[in-house]
Write a protein that binds this ligand. Structure first.
Ligand code: FAD
Ligand code: EPU
Length: 337
């Protein structure tokens, strides 16, 4: 049922107090097909949301917000080594990761505690601690927002990149992702290449870690750095970590010898945007109630009741300061509405 004039404050983790003209929850594909036939549907712009943890509303949304509640976790195939699991887009991401751990299926343990729903996970190819969903992604089922025609997207067709996919670019707001299939291992090899995981495991005094231990280590690291959206509004990293050329890297290294950077297989370097922002002296910097987080400068928080536009203005200020000091242009990771 379509509701009118709904407040979205509790539906976005930034806690921005905005309204949408129309709001509807989809619990089954047949409900989506019925929605398409509604008179209001075709004439209005649409926005699909899951957990609202990667969105910034800068104004009221003049159109229909569709909350995807499609549920279900089912085994599609299984052999001695692997399983393929089909997961409804409206399933909570972290609950699904915990489901995998309980079954002893490996591949997603490094992605523990990422907020949001399964349907948004391919949008920006979510990643953390050395793993991205593209590493375990099989395919997804999506429906055209305009006419409901269905399409299966395989990995190549999703064009996954770092915090990127075709759904964040050419196909933005064109498809409703209904379910995602993941290929998981029964006897997986642990990925503890991200240094912080090994340090945390050592601190936990664990010598032969299981996938549950890796998950617990990731959860402990995340809790120590990232603000809990239930306590203070945020959408995780606001910017992407920028990629620069070898030459630019050499130039910067001459001036900033403690520059935090990682070499990439293509010869370029990735910089830690949080470090760049911190070096500009911006930790804790505020515009109205929007602030650069004091523990992790890549995160912008809503300290109390800021407006989306305050967050956006602050992000522009950060962008300009980093560009002036380092000659590096940061790219926003969060979806601006
Ligand atoms: P939403 O915010 O609801 O939507 C995000 C985008 O996807 C929007 O453009 C929306 O229109 C679209 N969308 C959502 N569902 C669908 C669907 N079913 N079909 C089509 N389009 C859809 N991200 C990481 O990659 N790594 C991290 O480590 C990480 N850490 C975070 C930590 C915190 C504290 C927070 C708040 C966020 C973090 N994020 C991280 C970002 C966020 O959790 C992910 O991007 C997550 O996948 C968003 O899911 P969601 O359901 O909340 O999406
Ligand atoms: N750093 C600083 N100051 C800061 C923040 C970071 O100097 O204020 C330095 C750290 O000391 C470290 C480096 O920057 O040397 C990297 O920091 P961290 O390990 O915290 O990770 P990140 O690069 O800031 C990225 C992702 C996170 C993901 C973590 C772990 C992006 C944009 N962000 O953060 O993803 O959880 O790595 O893999 O790639 C998200 O996308 O929302 C998100 C939280």
């Amino acid at each position: 049922m379509i509701k009118k004039n709904i407040n979205l404050k509790k539906l976005n983790t930034f806690g921005i107090d905005v309204f949408c003209d129309f709001f509807v929850e989809i619990n089954s594909i047949s409900e989506f097909f019925n929605l398409i036939k509604e008179p209001n549907y075709q004439s209005n712009q649409k926005l699909i949301i899951g957990g609202g943890s990667n969105l910034l509303f800068t104004k009221d949304f003049k159109g229909i917000v569709i909350k995807n509640n499609l549920k279900g976790i089912n085994l599609v195939s299984e052999n001695n080594a692997e399983v393929v699991v089909k997961v409804g887009a409206g399933e909570n991401w972290h609950d699904f990761v915990m489901w995998c751990l309980n079954k002893n299926y490996s591949g997603l343990e490094n992605l523990s505690l990422i907020p949001g729903c399964v349907g948004a996970s391919p949008m920006q190819n979510i990643g953390a601690y050395g793993v991205e969903i593209k590493d375990v992604f099989e395919n997804l089922e999506a429906y055209s927002i305009n006419d409901g025609t269905t399409k299966i997207f395989n990995k190549n067709e999703c064009e996954f990149g770092y915090r990127d996919s075709i759904f964040k670019r050419e196909l933005k707001n064109k498809f409703l992702i209904a379910s995602v299939n993941f290929r998981l291992k029964k006897q997986g090899i642990l990925n503890t290449s991200y240094g912080a995981i090994n340090l945390e495991l050592a601190e936990m005094k664990i010598i032969n870690p299981t996938i549950k231990d890796v998950s617990n280590a990731v959860i402990r690291i995340r809790k120590s750095k990232l603000p809990d959206p239930n306590e203070i509004g945020n959408a995780g990293s606001f910017f992407k970590n920028p990629e620069i050329s070898k030459e630019k890297h050499e130039d910067l290294k001459k001036i900033f010898n403690d520059l935090v950077s990682y070499s990439l297989p293509n010869g370029n370097f990735k910089l830690a945007a949080g470090w760049l922002i911190e070096q500009c002296g911006l930790k804790g910097y505020e515009i109205n109630d929007a602030a650069v987080h004091t523990k992790q400068a890549l995160v912008i928080v809503n300290k109390k009741n800021c407006k989306g536009i305050d967050v956006f203005n602050l992000s522009n200020y950060v962008l300009n300061q980093v560009a002036q000091k380092f000659g590096v242009i940061l790219e926003i990771e969060v979806n601006i509405v």
